[in-house]
Design a protein around this ligand. Structure first.
Ligand code: PGA
Length: 230
């Protein structure tokens, strides 16, 4: 694991530089997280002049199961608000209103596999330790699927949803572990306890982000000082 500690002011620029380097190497299969954490990254990316080679595939690793794609709480709406496209290529988001959410997510994962797998995956961490919508209790072999959302995840979603969805579609844990480079982003004191547990506690289904300890190429970028080896 590579742990990069930055100031809050440096955070977005540091992540953009990492994306810039990856994009310079050729077509990139890039998974892009949602939530509060990456918003300044995508704003900085819009100003950065970073471009993606033809054949790059940008996608969201999760989405709510919901009837209204245009609802402001969907990840599709998140990217419509926060992702600078154009000029950057659009982000493929699984269809929240797909008739069969399991099949929808499996289809996205099959497309990623057909394109050679995930080169770079930006991840957030939920305060309950989820990664994508792999909630506490998710076993290490849980595949691409639709899954039940944990109540803390739904509570957080109330910022945008009067009645948050009960389910979400998500990459599975093995898909995350198979990415060539996983980048976990965490900012703010509210993430200190769970990030410490994820990085230094036992590898456990109770904290799905702890599976990342076993990832062969994990970078953590955080503005939380003092999270080094212990
Ligand atoms: P946040 O969400 O960036 O809004 O904290 C992260 C997550 O729940 O994965």
């Amino acid at each position: 694991m590579e742990l990069i500690t930055v100031t809050p002011e440096e955070f977005a620029g540091r992540v953009v530089e990492l994306i810039r380097a990856a994009a310079a190497a050729g077509p990139l299969n890039l998974g892009l997280s949602t939530g509060r954490t990456p918003v300044p990254v995508y704003e900085a990316l819009a100003r950065s002049g970073v471009s993606f080679a033809a054949g790059s595939y940008l996608f969201a690793p999760d989405e709510y199961v919901a009837a209204e794609p245009e609802h402001p709480g969907t990840n599709r709406s998140f990217f419509a608000r926060h992702w600078p496209s154009p000029p950057l290529p659009p982000v493929v988001v699984p269809r929240c209103d797909a008739p069969d959410p399991d099949a929808e997510m499996r289809g996205l994962c099959a497309e990623i596999a057909r394109r050679g797998g995930i080169d770079l995956l930006l991840l957030g961490i939920g305060e309950n330790g989820h990664i994508c919508f792999n909630e506490p209790g998710t076993p290490a072999d849980a595949p691409c699927r639709a899954a039940t959302l944990a109540e803390p995840t739904r509570a957080q979603a109330r910022a945008l949803w009067a009645e948050p969805p009960h389910r979400g579609m998500t990459l599975g844990v093995p898909n995350i572990m198979a990415t060539r480079h996983a980048v976990l982003l965490a900012t703010g004191e509210g993430k200190r306890a769970i990030l410490t547990a994820a990085l230094h506690g036992p590898v456990t289904a109770a904290v799905p982000a702890s599976y990342l300890q076993r990832h062969p190429h994990l970078t953590v970028i955080t503005d939380l000082a003092g999270l080094g080896e212990r």
